[in-house]
Design a protein around this ligand. Structure first.
Ligand SMILES: [Zn+2]
Ligand SMILES: [Zn+2]
Ligand SMILES: [Zn+2]
Length: 152
């Protein structure tokens, strides 16, 4: 890990603590699993990790835990991969838009107030009441680009 991942996780763990009793042991464990990295995980990856823990929750239980965490803003769904990634800034509400690295799989949230404003204005011009938004941009992250040299 080339960065201080404990620092990445801190705001999410704090937000999770604030849920109190709603954060059941299973929900907490699912969150920990997704928080462990920046790569989106499918529900079956989460199930496989839980199985290594010795538990054997049914897939619907894990889906419900992921739905709960998503509703709380603690995880985001990556539609193109049918997977989930932890939110590392759950303390403020935001749209989740992602840059995805096709080499290492890493997902990072696009934080850009100008983009928020431009999309809101474009939707307004189009007369669209936005209900759901999926913005996922795939490429090669800076770390992968430098470790493999410049792209040919
Ligand atoms: Zn991190
Ligand atoms: Zn987020
Ligand atoms: Zn990468």
């Amino acid at each position: 890990m080339s960065h201080d991942h404990a620092a990445c996780m801190a705001p999410s763990l704090k937000a999770a603590e604030n849920l109190g009793a709603k954060l059941t042991p299973l929900r907490r464990r699912v969150l920990e699993i997704v928080l462990a990295g920046h790569t989106p995980m499918g529900a079956y990856d989460v199930l496989a990790t839980l199985a290594r823990d010795g538990g054997k929750p049914a897939p619907p239980t894990v889906y419900r835990a992921l739905d709960f965490l998503q509703a709380q803003g603690l995880v985001h769904r990556i539609d193109s991969r049918n997977a989930f990634v932890a939110c590392f800034a759950p303390e403020r509400s935001h749209q989740s838009r992602f840059f995805l690295c096709r080499a290492c799989g890493r997902a990072s949230e696009i934080e850009d107030a100008a983009l928020d404003a431009a999309l809101a204005a474009a939707a307004k011009r189009a007369g669209l009441t936005v209900e759901r938004e999926t913005i996922e941009i795939t490429g090669v992250c800076a770390e992968c680009a430098s470790s493999h040299g410049p792209a040919a």
